[in-house]
Design a protein around this ligand. Structure first.
Ligand code: GLC
Length: 440
């Protein structure tokens, strides 16, 4: 078994660390302006203007079974959907607001259809729920609020009662965790207790556990769905650490105790989380696969985001990106599922430009080639430890020698404990080739 001990938390995280790969879905009214899910904030759009999206939201091409099949084919084992994002619009049929999909031309509970379809494909279900709400009349105006720069912002803020809003959130979380069967993940987003308006705008307060009444919110969630995984973004430490839009170089550790934690990187294909028509910063196939591999090599999960269009489809760029995962995972998922960071006594042998993952039971080591080496891969310290080596994508043998590359070897290419893998001159046709080492 892996020698790494992960910090114990209230939720059931064992399945999660095994499964490694999930789909994030950011879908809401912001798919219509199609220029970032924060558009209401960025452009300070007034309520009456933003209302046009509510009036015309009609995802007539929404086929969640198709989404679920695509996610499953890409190798994803769970999916987390935005039930409500910062704009405040609910993608589910809540009895506590009229600002919901059932009152738009969509006319149905989109979350319910998502849950049914993804569950039918055997994927686990996660709900993203925004703590921030730019629509709710009791949500106090702060520095992220679309109304922050209105000349009468202070007056508009009078009478807004965060306690009423906190109760609204509890009511909605109760709905979400009661009406849709077993929910595996609750993804709150996010807190900023220390950010406030600054000189002249001190009244614009940041928000965190006190404002959200996070303890009560979390207690409710735990009561309704024991074992559910909850992230840390409600400003109360729970099960899940969530580094966003950057790649780590080591296992994420607990800030005070230094323990390894359960963590999940979230990443976008192109920058925006919601559907963005005009973004051209789409990641290459190599980058996509490297993010997944690098994450698992550091003991984490990857939550890869898709922003469906307002008509309810993954656009062609998203489909292409997902098919990159599909092809790669078809051949290489063995180096992802049930794998984690390589054991401490193996890590020093890591060749340049590579990432290791290792099976939880320790029996197999996977070498991922981020740059294709010239001829040989040198693994110092690994001589005598590998029984058999093969490329994972086609199961073809990789010949090994020990001690030196050949008669002329000098320096690092020579050493009693050196294991040498002899690679074909041409890189296999895959963004990241993987070598599977069966350990003795
Ligand atoms: C952020 C953003 C947001 C996105 C999210 C995903 O905090 O506010 O738009 O939903 O993180 O991790």
């Amino acid at each position: 078994m892996s020698s790494y001990t992960v910090r114990k938390t209230p939720g059931d995280t064992a399945w999660f660390r095994h499964d490694r790969f999930g789909m994030f879905i950011h879908w809401g009214l912001y798919a219509m302006p199609a220029r970032h899910e924060w558009v209401k904030c960025y452009e300070k759009i007034p309520e009456e203007t933003y209302d046009r999206y509510f009036r015309y939201f009609d995802p007539d091409l929404y086929d969640p079974r198709e989404w679920a099949r695509t996610a499953k084919a890409a190798g994803m084992k769970y999916a987390v959907i935005t039930t409500k994002h910062h704009e405040g619009f609910c993608m589910f049929d809540s009895q506590y607001t009229d600002y919901k999909c059932t009152n738009t031309p969509a006319g149905r509970d989109l979350v319910r259809e998502f849950v049914d379809a993804f569950r039918a494909e055997g994927l686990r279900i996660g709900f993203y729920y925004s703590l921030i709400d730019w629509h709710h009349p009791d949500f106090p105006i702060d520095i992220h609020h679309p109304r922050r720069d209105d000349p009468d912002a202070f007056e508009q803020n009078q009478g807004r009662d965060i306690r009423k809003y906190a109760l609204y959130m509890r009511n909605q979380v109760r709905e979400l965790l009661t009406n849709y069967g077993k929910i595996d993940i609750l993804w709150f987003d996010w807190s900023y207790p220390d950010q406030h308006g600054g000189p002249g705008r001190e009244w614009m307060r940041g928000k965190g556990r006190n404002e959200w009444e996070s303890d009560a919110l979390i207690a409710l969630a735990r009561e309704l769905q024991p074992g559910i995984i909850i992230d840390n973004r409600a400003d109360v430490e729970q099960d899940l650490w969530t580094p966003e839009q950057y790649q780590v170089s080591d296992w994420v550790r607990h800030r005070e105790t230094g323990e390894y934690v359960t963590w999940e990187a979230c990443q976008t294909f192109s920058g925006s989380w919601g559907y963005h028509r005009d973004e051209s910063t789409w990641k290459s196939p190599e980058m996509l696969i490297r993010m997944l591999v690098n994450t698992v090599s550091c003991g984490g999960n990857l939550l890869m985001n898709v922003g469906p269009t307002s008509r309810g489809e993954f656009d062609s760029r998203a489909k292409a990106a997902l098919s990159v995962f599909e092809k790669w995972m078809h051949a290489n998922s063995r180096s992802i599922y049930g794998c984690t960071m390589a054991e401490p006594d193996i890590l020093p042998s890591l060749p340049r430009d590579c990432r290791y993952t290792q099976r939880e039971d320790g029996s197999r080591l996977y070498v991922h080639l981020f740059a294709y080496p010239f001829g040989h891969l040198l693994l110092p310290g690994m001589a005598g430890r590998v029984a058999y080596a093969q490329f994972l994508h086609d199961g073809s043998e990789i010949l090994m020698t020990e001690g030196r590359v050949d008669h002329f070897s000098e320096g690092a290419a020579r050493g009693d404990d050196l294991l040498v893998l002899n690679l074909p001159p041409v890189k296999p046709d895959t963004p990241v080739p993987v070598i599977e080492l069966f350990l003795k």
